[in-house]
Design a protein around this ligand. Structure first.
Ligand SMILES: [Zn+2]
Length: 85
């Protein structure tokens, strides 16, 4: 079983236990896993570590996105999120 299938099973187990929708259960599990955060501006889930490791050349000092951002996804941090247009 792949990691993704494991995660889907966790989501389904949580849905059965809590009665949450798939989306809500998935969001709660992402947040619980610690790797993902919920953007306070647009509400989407994001992972600073994933973003920073995907584009390391964007994040040289002083732009330490992965260390400095607790509340905003990359798009909102860069000022191109859904509420910045
Ligand atoms: Zn955002």
């Amino acid at each position: 079983m792949t990691a993704q299938n494991d995660f889907k099973k966790l989501v389904r187990d949580r849905m059965a236990k809590t009665g949450e929708s798939y989306t809500s259960a998935r969001a709660a599990l992402f947040l619980k896993s610690g790797g993902h955060r919920k953007c306070k501006t647009c509400g989407s889930l994001y992972s600073p570590d994933e973003a920073a490791s995907s584009w390391p050349h964007y994040f040289d000092a002083p732009y330490l996105y992965s260390q400095g951002v607790n509340d905003h996804c990359l798009a909102c941090w860069l000022g191109v999120g859904p509420h910045d247009r």
